[in-house]
Ligand binder design. Structure first.
Ligand code: T1G
Length: 683
């Protein structure tokens, strides 16, 4: 098999090229080829300098993650990196695309680095639950300094080539043909082989205040909470300031192996592929072309309509937004502008970009203005009659081939499609609130939704920086359907003796951003309430009847201060106690484990039903929904991956132990079957 690494001479410069699509991952053959190329350079006196560059979309984007967990094949990446650094002729890395992880470590082993301005450089290993394991934690601080090294390794986000140049990570920014200029640069430096980064003295490091590391930890405590990898990245960078390179790299190796053998990195590596798998639609061929989407229409300028519109405006796609009343339209567009300005105030947008985005917005009261749109998204009140009325009108207004989407979070897409003459053009696009922030988009596939409509939706999701998951038509689709048993059991647990704070703490200790009751207060306790304060049939009705609608009212399941900080409410506890007495329920001690079994295990059972009914294409899609839609901790890999780790037999046993307390509960056959056979949901 031909090596993905080829070499050719250009004068006295040896050009080493990697051609390993799609991202030039540093698989075994690439590593072997790189070592051979360095041997060739050292063995050929006519070679005075070397350029390493990559064909295709990017410079090496890291180690080959598909090799993880398999028997290692030599040479290992650290050996390759050290071999490059030891080459007697100066080696120039020519960077484009994304030099990530091991890719950046290869570049750091080179003696020089040149890059096109659009390139990005990063060490995202922490997002896989790892750390740079080929010298990156030791070389990066030596060349870029500790603060940037901490941000890049423990934070995991890449930096642009310009920032890298200013930090000394890149020696020259290349305008024009990268390879041509990299070779010219190699000619310039061929007589000067600088000290390798690993040999540089630690003057840049010695002066680092010991408090730097604790200050960094404190500043990121919230973001790193529950994760193992960030702390180990920090410890490696800290080691670089105290130890000679050879010792520091031993620390790196030891901490890398600890992370690699841990459950968190397995979960995060699993999730890396799960997220990419979600983009694939079963049963739709690669030849199906998407429809062109150049103008989007949004009906409803409320919280959801405004947030949805911002996604398209930010992607440079013009939006016509329609409301029924001028004041609602003005309020909606005002909120959008305010959101953009708040982002600009944080330095994440310029004033010009705000104007650019808002300039693409066409607010109107005239539904007919949607006639020119390629995609129309209805985002109005969650009521089937209202939605049917709108889709009936849209059927007469929208141009042929326009995609008609509903942002409904529970309702039946087939029923909505049936009022139109074009059910094949109807699809669900379920955004998660706040729609301009949350990454998840559930693409609800109706019985008659055309394949190219699905392909268009998945491609558009990527364009507006969302992660899309295909869902079937059922009440609540994937995510919200799994909320139902969780919410039902959480409410029942209050009657039996748990408090909102206890139930929520089990979930936040598990790693969720908030528990069921904190979430209800944030979203609105009154969502789906019948609005009749005289009709009080359950705890939720009782809260709504006295205006305890959640954070927006300063009170819900919790009381809130002016900073929206929650405290348990004696009023709510009294309501719970009264209902318990009225229903003759015996109050008892509820263990945290029971709360896990009644809320998390029942969610797993529901996800198994979703799978067996074909409402999700694959188990890993359900994990993507919960991680991006509800903040399930990524270091647990999602509900299905987590259930596999718990062991499905244990899940079934736990549910059986609770069954008599859950009269409406029924087991998923798929869950029982897999538990019986000791199988897993995910690979
Ligand atoms: N290994 C194997 N496959 C990879 C890969 C990788 N590093 N990166 C991407 N792919 C596959 C991906 O699964 C998909 O496959 C296809 O390439 C396109 O990816 C020792 C230990 C580079 C920014 O974490 O961030 O180095 O679905 O859809 O949107 O210190 O891929 O087509 O079959 O994402 O253009 C560190 C991970 C590894 C970078 C491109 N590196 N990749 O984004 O395409 S650990 C990373 C990305 C490491 C060393 C340590 C992105 C991208 P398929 P894609 P994209």
């Amino acid at each position: 098999m031909t090596s993905p690494i080829s070499t050719r001479k250009h004068g006295d410069v040896l050009i080493v090229t990697s051609n390993n699509p799609p991202v030039n991952a540093l698989g075994a053959a690439v590593r072997q080829g790189l070592v051979a190329a360095m041997e060739q350079a050292d063995g050929d006196d006519s070679v005075k300098a070397v350029v390493i560059h990559c064909d295709g979309q990017t410079f090496f984007a890291g180690a080959d993650i598909t090799e993880f967990g398999k028997p290692p094949v030599s040479p290992w990446l650290p050996e390759v990196v050290d071999r490059i650094e030891a080459t007697t002729k100066p080696v120039v890395a020519a960077i484009h695309g994304t030099a990530l992880g091991g890719g950046l470590e290869v570049a750091l082993a080179c003696h020089y680095r040149v890059a096109v301005p659009s390139a990005k450089l990063g060490t995202p290993e922490v997002k896989l639950g790892l750390l740079p394991g080929a010298g990156g934690t030791q070389r990066l601080p030596r060349v870029a300094g500790v603060p940037l090294a901490l941000e890049m390794t423990a934070g995991g986000n890449p930096i642009g080539a310009k920032q890298a140049y200013e930090a000394g990570l890149v020696d020259r920014l290349i305008e024009g043909d990268l390879l041509e200029h990299a070779v010219a640069y190699a000619h310039e430096v061929e007589s000067v082989r600088p000290l390798p980064i690993s040999s540089t003295k630690q003057d840049k490091l010695a002066a680092v205040e010991a408090s730097t590391f604790d200050d960094f930890r404190k500043a990121n405590a919230r973001k790193f909470k529950g994760f193992d990898a960030p702390e180990k990245n920090i410890q490696c960078v800290e080691a670089a300031t105290r130890l000679p390179y050879a010792e520091g790299v031993k620390t790196e190796r030891q901490l890398f192996m600890e992370l690699m053998s841990g459950g968190q990195s397995r979960a995060q590596q699993y999730f890396f592929f799960a997220e990419r798998q979600a983009a694939k639609i079963e049963g739709v061929g690669k030849d199906v072309q998407p429809r062109a989407i150049n103008r989007v229409g949004v009906i409803g300028a409320g919280t959801m309509g405004g947030g949805i519109s911002m996604n398209f405006l930010s992607a440079g796609i013009p939006v016509t937004i329609v409301e029924m009343q001028q004041d609602a339209l003005d309020r909606g567009t005002g909120v959008m502008r305010k959101n953009y300005e708040a982002t600009a105030a944080k330095g994440r947008l310029t004033g010009e970009q705000v104007e650019q985005a808002m300039g693409l917005l066409n607010p109107t009261l005239d539904l007919n203005a949607l006639g020119e749109c390629d995609l129309i998204i209805e985002a109005v009140y969650e009521n089937m009659d209202v939605k049917k009325e709108i889709f009936t009108k849209l059927d007469g207004i929208a141009k042929p081939g326009a995609i008609l989407a509903s942002n409904t979070s529970y309702l039946n897409i087939d029923e909505i499609a049936a009022v139109t003459k074009r059910p094949e053009d109807v699809v669900g696009l379920h955004f998660f609130s706040p729609a301009n922030i949350m990454k998840l988009l559930e693409v609800v596939r109706g019985a008659k939704t055309a394949p190219d409509v699905l392909v268009t939706a998945m491609q558009l999701a990527k364009r507006i920086r969302k992660v899309a998951v295909v869902a079937g038509v059922c009440y609540g689709f994937i995510g919200n359907r799994m909320l139902i048993p969780r919410q039902t059991q959480a409410m029942q647990l209050l009657l039996e003796g748990a408090t909102p704070a206890q139930v929520d703490k089990v979930h936040t200790d598990f790693g969720m951003p908030m528990g069921p009751f904190q979430m209800a207060d944030l979203a609105g306790v009154d969502i789906g309430w019948h609005r009749d304060p005289g009709r009080v049939e359950n705890i939720r009705d009782a809260l709504c009847a006295i205006d305890r609608w959640g954070q927006k009212k300063g009170a819900g399941f919790y009381d809130y201060d002016e900073k929206r900080r929650p405290t348990p409410s004696p009023v709510v506890q009294q309501i719970i106690d009264d209902f318990r007495a009225k229903q003759g329920v015996e109050k008892r001690e509820i263990s945290d484990q029971e709360i896990v079994e009644r809320t998390l295990y029942t969610m797993v059972n529901e996800s198994a039903k979703i799978l067996e009914e074909g409402m999700a294409q694959r188990a890993s899609d359900i994990d993507v929904v919960w991680i991006y839609g509800y903040g399930w901790p990524v270091y647990r890999g999602g509900p299905m991956h987590w259930a596999d780790g718990e062991g499905l037999p244990k899940i079934v046993e736990g549910l059986k132990a609770q069954q008599e307390r859950m009269p409406d509960f029924t087991f998923s056959k798929l869950l029982l079957d897999k538990a019986e056979k000791k199988e897993k949901f995910t690979r």
